[in-house]
Design a protein around this ligand. Structure first.
Ligand code: GDP
Length: 196
């Protein structure tokens, strides 16, 4: 999909700074370094919108981007850093789960995983949380360009099987080549057009 305008709306380091919801929202979550910023930038066709390769463990914040005056992309802080202190992990949980629990405008969460690595413990925990709160998960496997075609299909099948009970759609893509990015858009728009 061709977007015409995406702009940074707000950043929230705590619940008090989360902006009021005026549009349907789609959130993006995944392990740090999974390629979330790269995919966000690719989806909107703007290289510098979300910052690629942020320093791990820095101040955690939820970033809101307005897309074409009709939809808001919500960039959740990455998780899964082994060396992050416990209080930072707690802050992540508090901030992210607080947002996810209290957001009627939220239409889906895109959960990003590395196609080569598949689902890891933190991804499963997030999918379980979404399932328990009746929030739609769109599972997106990225960095597909790093695998040869045969291996890619094999990993995609394994991921679909592993996520069978927690995620409806599984989309395979690459932010680098753009493969599958139209499918990610399709899955997002399907959720935004579906009745709330
Ligand atoms: P984030 O921490 O999840 O926001 O991840 P980034 O978007 O910063 O990406 C982490 C690293 O992976 C960067 O070096 C990106 O260039 C690289 N990367 C992201 N997406 C892809 C992809 O689809 N293919 C390849 N080959 N590299 C990618």
């Amino acid at each position: 999909m061709q977007t015409h305008g995406a702009r940074f709306l707000a950043g929230a380091g705590d619940a008090a700074h989360v902006p009021p919801a005026r549009h349907p929202e789609v959130a993006f979550a995944g392990r740090s370094n999974v390629g979330k910023s790269s995919l966000l930038n690719r989806l909107v066709g703007q290289r510098g919108l979300a910052r690629v390769s942020k320093t791990p463990g820095r101040t955690q914040q939820i970033n809101f981007f307005l897309i074409d005056d009709r939809l808001v992309f919500v960039d959740l802080p990455g998780y899964g850093f082994a060396r992050v202190p416990l209080d930072v992990k707690r802050q992540w949980k508090h901030l992210v789960e607080g947002y996810l629990r209290h957001r009627p405008a939220l239409r889906a969460v895109v959960v990003l995983v590395d196609l080569r690595r598949g689902l890891e413990a933190e991804d499963v925990a997030l999918l379980d949380f979404l399932d328990a709160h009746r929030i739609t998960a769109i599972l997106v496997a990225t960095k597909a360009d790093k695998l040869a075609r045969g291996h890619r299909l094999q990993c995609a099948r394994a991921l679909k099987e592993a996520a069978r009970e927690q995620a409806g759609a599984v989309v395979v893509c690459s932010a680098t080549t753009g493969d599958g990015v139209a499918d990610v858009w399709r899955a997002i728009l399907e959720r935004c057009d579906a009745p709330a």
